[in-house]
Design a binder for this molecule. Sequence first.
Ligand code: NAG
Ligand code: NAG
Ligand code: NAG
Ligand code: NAG
Ligand code: NAG
Ligand code: NAG
Length: 277
Amino acid sequence: MVLISSLLLFSAVAVAVPAPTPTPTPVKSHDHGNHSTTAEKNKPWNAGAVPQYPIHESCNATQRRQIEAGLNETILLANHAKDHILRWGNDSSIYRKYFGDRPSIEAIGAYDIVVNGNKDGVLFRCDNPDNNCELEGWAGHWRGENATSETVICEMSYHTRRYLTTMCAMGYTVAGSDIATFWAADLLHRLYHVPAIGQLHVDHFADSFEEVIDLAKSNKTESTRDSETLQLFALEAYAYDISVPGVGCAGESHVDEEEEDVPENCHTHDGGVLHCT
Ligand SMILES: *[C@@H]1O[C@H](CO)[C@@H](O)[C@H](O)[C@H]1NC(C)=O
Ligand SMILES: *[C@@H]1O[C@H](CO)[C@@H](O)[C@H](O)[C@H]1NC(C)=O
Ligand SMILES: *[C@@H]1O[C@H](CO)[C@@H](O)[C@H](O)[C@H]1NC(C)=O
Ligand SMILES: *[C@@H]1O[C@H](CO)[C@@H](O)[C@H](O)[C@H]1NC(C)=O
Ligand SMILES: *[C@@H]1O[C@H](CO)[C@@H](O)[C@H](O)[C@H]1NC(C)=O
Ligand SMILES: *[C@@H]1O[C@H](CO)[C@@H](O)[C@H](O)[C@H]1NC(C)=O
């Protein structure tokens, strides 16, 4: 029931991109009023909203479709991560694994801006303007000081990035596989680099799965704004709740799991959520 309602909630929210209502045409009149002021007043509050992440004209039809599908999955992944936290908070052992005892409000916001934030100030392009795609193993990059709002996607991405339907298949585990296996998490990472989304607040504080877990255990304020933590929590919550319900594919962490104190009226599902009656 919980799963069903969260799925329903999710599908309702995933497409809930604010649709700008049509801008009213200025009223033609023979008075001497200021027409543009009248038009300004009649504009909807969210006039000019950008509901989808912009993709540059340098991307051809198939590249555009893949990036767009990837970004749609980023929204799906981030939205589910937010829903999981909103439902379970720190009753979720997945939450505590990645965010420790930290308050959840910052992570909720970090996911929500990706889903519901205005999507200008972001541009994905395919023309390799900095020549970094020539570098061995580069699947894409943030343009940094050359253009802070821009992200380049390189050829390698189209050959290697997977869609979320293959989550937990082909040997993938959250702890044991490359964090950039899926378009969804890879593009989430790339969005956090762009100031319009990451606000120069989400950053890299941990550099590996183990460091992410250590950040959570040491109750560091950085965990709820760490790029890798936000990616890994979202992947594990999606795997456990959606892909293989109640099982997921957390995989081997090289860090010993601490024994959890389970209250008498509660029980834990392996690697998952604490259920209380
Ligand atoms: C009408 O209002 C706009 C916006 O306030 C202003 O820029 C413009 O100069 C005004 N035009 C006239 C004819 O008063
Ligand atoms: C788009 O470019 C890619 C190279 O990244 C190429 O493989 C693909 O065939 C092109 N698609 C179209 C529709 O031209
Ligand atoms: C991505 O999502 C948008 C908005 O829901 C939809 O219009 C578009 O068709 C989707 N694109 C792909 C490639 O799935
Ligand atoms: C969970 O969060 C609540 C509210 O912030 C806090 O009082 C409680 O100590 C937290 N519990 C755990 C196990 O972190
Ligand atoms: C910015 O452009 C220069 C010159 O093309 C290039 O060497 C550098 O790697 C670029 N920076 C990034 C972050 O891509
Ligand atoms: C972690 O930090 C929170 C908020 O700063 C605090 O309430 C909590 O007691 C801390 N937990 C531990 C185990 O130190």
